[in-house]
Design a protein around this ligand. Sequence first.
Ligand SMILES: *Cc1c(COP(=O)(O)O)cnc(C)c1O
Length: 392
Amino acid sequence: MEKLRYFDHAATTATKEEVVKEMLPYFTLNFGNASSIYSIGRKSKRAVEDARDKVANAIGAGPKEIYFTSCGSESDNLAIKGVAYANRERGNHIITTKIEHPAVLHTCQNLEKQGFNVTYLNVDSEGLISLKELEEAITDKTILISVMFANNEIGTIEPIKEIGEIAKKHNIYFHTDAVQAIGNVRINVNELNIDLLSMSAHKFYGPKGMGALYVRTGVKFDKIQDGGHQERNKRAGTENVAGIVGMGKAIELAYENFDEYNKKLTNLRDYYISQVEEKIPYIKLNGHRTKRLPGNANISFRFIEGESLLLNLDMKGICASSGSACTSGSLDPSHVLLAIGLPHEIAHGSLRITIGEENTKEDIDFLVNTLIEVVERLRNMSPLYEDFIKNR
Ligand SMILES: *Cc1c(COP(=O)(O)O)cnc(C)c1O
């Protein structure tokens, strides 16, 4: 059995040992409900507020602007539905993009069924939205702009500062799904004019089932889950104290080691891309070459099925992700790859690797060598490739 080589950090990350260690006492010794007034309850409450400070500090926000949720998806739902419902009398128009995560896309589609109008902005061949198209889409009914910070599939980082300025100029709330950006990009919500921001702990070496939403003071939003008065009456449900503690520790660690981590990932990513470009023909890098997440490389291999590629890599102990079919339970290629204009057959042969802290140059060499061998073998079995070579 080959050693496991994990290149799917955009899907999830392992929780760091130090994070688990901080969480453990809150399952057992300090199990008190953070809303209880006796001492072990107050202890939990203090741990929750400490973590809130850490999450707020990481993005330049105040602690009263952080709401803990159960995941990135919930944060996206709370941000978009929360603003939509609370500002209905001001307008019913929302602007987002065609390349959002399903947690944003499906939330917007759901709102369309409830009488909201949604504009889905196009992106160019590198995955960037057009600021001009954004400004032209704004009407006097627009209440919210929701554009992701960085795309989870192709890694492209959107012009967030410019979007924030446009939103501010038109007095429209700006939400960003920053689930992939936290820990990978330095973020200050004030400098970037962000009003709402979603994050998820398991994407930055924290626990699964733990998210947070930043909401700027003064932004009108409704809760979407009824129940108790937790999270300043905006998110009912007993606080996940251990999870919250883990999220706080993980985000603190992420920004403590930021420069070193970022440099390491960027170097490995660029090394991988240059190796593939040098050694494997008929490939294409998807997303922007430099405006991209440090650990993300998404490459299309012509004449190859992404699924076959993944299965062959798996046999060598390599975990990666494809931009198509079965993984997402549908036969259509990824909506993101189609939005950047890839034809179906090329989108189907895409491989996303997302590098993380435990990866080494040796891992990349192993991956590239495996790819050279597997891609050649699969192409030799492809009638399309045979035709292509004959007619060249
Ligand atoms: C993973 C992800 C989400 C969803 O986060 P969960 O915590 O898994 O619900 C939302 N948006 C983006 C961009 C993501 O990568």
